[in-house]
Design a protein around this ligand. Structure first.
Ligand code: PPS
Ligand code: MG
Ligand code: MG
Ligand code: MG
Length: 351
């Protein structure tokens, strides 16, 4: 397809190309850090959740690449991290470390001839303080989703979405540790799946996967199981109300044990047909953040459905938090009505 035809078919082709480039570069930084992560690379945030040099480095690189690749676009970003903790006196060493990680990642790639100062790094981080909302365009970024999984050496995702007039129109998920069925199918490999994939979708154009290091994109499809007895479900490793999800699974007659996985890699795995259902029910009072679902949900909705517990679409237009009714359910269109019914019954019984 010529570039002109591609732009006509996909009005977000330029943004998609920039987002894929940004996420790939950030994933490279993350992979390097995960291989040799030290206790001194990890900090604790005010809400007691962890953040690492790679979360910060990834956010800096992504904002940098998006600005470089889309110079004529206005820039607004809703991102998880900010510079506050790094501006403290005792954070100077870690800030230096982040700055050199970012500069080394740029130097190892041929695209940009530049070097960032510590001030540039702080300013790039604060470019993610937008409130988002229902009008205009806003990037939505989780520079590392599943930081706990990242630290453990397990699954994590670099998750970038684009909100346009309150709707998610594009999503890219870099999943360095997730095996991709689709890329494997086409490279003829029989000795295990290709690990390290880039999943992406733009509204109305389906979802695809390619190797993080670059390969021909392949379409992915959600599984077509229509009997819940044959379905398996994903849930979070640490933030899941297991009593509720097991009650839902029991009502559905699901036989397989839950697949517990960190991060939006769950959405990617679901979108490529590795399982049939993703149930996300967090503790009472926890408000979901838009960056934990924007990229993942559009990759699933390309072939499946993502709803809240009342069967409504997720509303990303309300700022940094998701306006939703208890719980998130992702599955194919055959299973969704049955899952929603089981969810309602399980919630009613719980009350
Ligand atoms: N209490 C509570 N309940 C629900 N969700 C929470 C909670 N605390 C944090 N978070 C958010 O969960 C994000 C990670 O989601 P996961 O699906 O990877 O969870 S888990 O780590 O597997 O449990 C995680 O994203 P990252 O901070 O990007 O890792 C948080 O935004
Ligand atoms: Mg997250
Ligand atoms: Mg994060
Ligand atoms: Mg976090």
């Amino acid at each position: 397809m010529s570039q002109l035809t591609e732009v006509a078919a996909n009005p977000y082709a330029d943004e998609l190309a920039a987002a894929k480039k940004a996420v790939s570069l950030a994933a490279r930084l993350c992979q390097r850090v995960q291989q040799g992560i030290l206790q001194s690379d990890i900090q604790s945030k005010a809400d007691r959740t962890p953040v690492t040099v790679a979360d910060y480095g990834s956010q800096v690189l992504i904002s940098l690449v998006l600005k470089k690749e889309l110079p004529s676009h206005s820039f607004s970003m809703v991102a998880e991290e900010d510079s506050e903790d790094l501006r403290k006196d005792d954070a100077q060493q870690i800030l230096e470390h982040i700055t050199s990680l970012v500069n080394e990642t740029i130097a190892n790639d041929d695209s940009y001839n530049m070097s960032l100062s510590k001030e540039d790094v702080l300013a790039a981080l604060d470019g993610g303080k937008s409130e988002g909302g229902p009008s205009g365009r806003h990037w939505i970024l989780d520079p590392i989703d599943g930081t706990k999984g990242f630290i453990r050496g397990d699954q994590y995702a670099v998750a970038l979405g684009l909100l346009d007039e309150g709707k998610v129109v594009l999503g890219v998920l870099g999943c360095p540790n997730l095996p991709s069925k689709s890329t494997n199918k086409h490279n003829g490999s029989s000795s295990g799946d290709q690990v390290g994939s880039l999943y992406f979708a733009t509204i109305g154009c389906g979802a695809k996967v390619q190797a993080l290091e670059g390969s021909e994109p392949q379409k992915i499809t959600i599984c077509s199981v229509n009997n819940p007895v044959d379905a398996s479900f994903f849930e979070s490793l640490e933030h899941s109300k297991r009593d509720l999800t097991s009650s839902i699974a029991e009502k559905l007659g699901v036989q397989a044990p839950p697949v517990r996985m960190d991060s939006q890699a769950k959405y990617a795995a679901l979108a490529q047909g590795d399982g049939a259902i993703y149930l996300r029910f967090s503790g009472k009072g926890y408000k979901e953040r838009v960056w934990d679902h924007a990229a993942g949900s559009i990759i699933v909705t390309a072939g499946g459905m993502v709803k809240d517990a009342s069967g409504n679409d997720l509303d990303f237009s309300k700022g940094r938090y998701l306006d939703r009714d208890r719980g998130i359910i992702a599955t194919n269109r055959y299973l969704m009505p049955m899952v929603l019914k089981a969810v309602q019954e399980a919630i009613d019984e719980e009350q």
